[in-house]
Ligand binder design. Structure first.
Ligand code: 7PM
Length: 241
């Protein structure tokens, strides 16, 4: 996407009521090729600068690369979203030095191959144990517990059954005492369950976001902010009544 189109998209998300905008320069879709640091920087830095100049929205930098984290924060980002959970060399140390919220997402394998043969002993406890260890390692590196957000990583090295189980049992992760982020919007589990193309997945995405909220999600990652806010506000009223 070119910079003006990306900026328009950011403006639309803000107008619809987004609390956070996630900006990324690496595709993490299944089978995606890797990109270089310079490619990522060229894609995200000018955009972050422009969004930060225009608004005070929280910008999250979606990257696994420590140099991109550092430069994005210098450009105005205020949060890190890492689908590799800060496991890249130096990512943990750089994040700790930045002292900002970080979303650590669970992924089995790498984007290129993660959907080939996902396998767990127990999808819920395996991922729970992963977070328990990872939170400990983050804290040991100097990241504050209050800055850690956890995300089970729907679709990242998971079958549709794994995704359904995680969604049903999302409340189990509350014991870790970190905010829970869930990204389900337009994901391929909807194709697998209802056989809908990506531009027809809004209703199903709202159902998934509603269930995630009922089951304890604190932050929802979505393409359709206005609709998702309404659905999740209702779910939160029912949940917290
Ligand atoms: C194709 C397939 C395009 C999948 C894009 C995607 C998450 C994320 C993504 C998530 C966090 C998408 C995904 N998903 N970061 N990045 N959690 N923290 O649907 O679920 O945007 S990429």
């Amino acid at each position: 996407m070119q910079i003006e189109a990306a900026l328009d998209q950011a403006r639309r998300l803000i107008k619809e009521g987004a609390a956070i905008i996630d900006v990324g320069g690496e595709s993490t879709r299944p089978a995606a090729e890797e990109v270089t640091v310079q490619q990522e920087l060229d894609r995200v830095i000018p955009l972050i600068e422009k969004i930060a100049k225009e608004t005070s929205i929280i910008i999250s930098i979606d990257t696994s690369k420590p140099q991109v984290m550092y430069e994005a924060i210098s450009a105005g980002a205020k949060m890190i979203n890492d689908v590799r959970s800060l496991q890249t060399e130096n990512a943990l140390a750089i994040s700790a030095s930045l002292q900002l919220p970080v979303c650590i997402m669970h992924m089995q394998g790498q984007p290129k191959t993660m959907q080939l043969q996902p396998s767990y002993n127990n999808i819920v406890t395996d991922i729970y144990n992963f977070f328990q260890q990872r939170i400990e390692q983050c804290i040991a590196a100097g990241i504050k517990k209050k800055d850690i957000i956890i995300d089970p990583g729907f679709g990242f090295g998971k079958t549709v059954e794994h995704n359904l189980t995680l969604l049903r049992r999302l409340d189990y992760f509350k014991q870790l005492a970190c905010p829970i982020l869930a990204g389900l919007s337009r994901k391929s589990m909807i194709k697998q369950l209802l056989n809908l193309p990506v531009d027809k997945r809004l209703n199903a995405s709202l159902a998934l976001a509603t269930i995630a909220t009922m089951n304890g999600a604190d932050i929802i990652r979505t393409h359709d902010v206005a609709e998702t806010r309404e659905a999740c506000q209702i779910a939160a009223y029912v949940r917290d009544f």
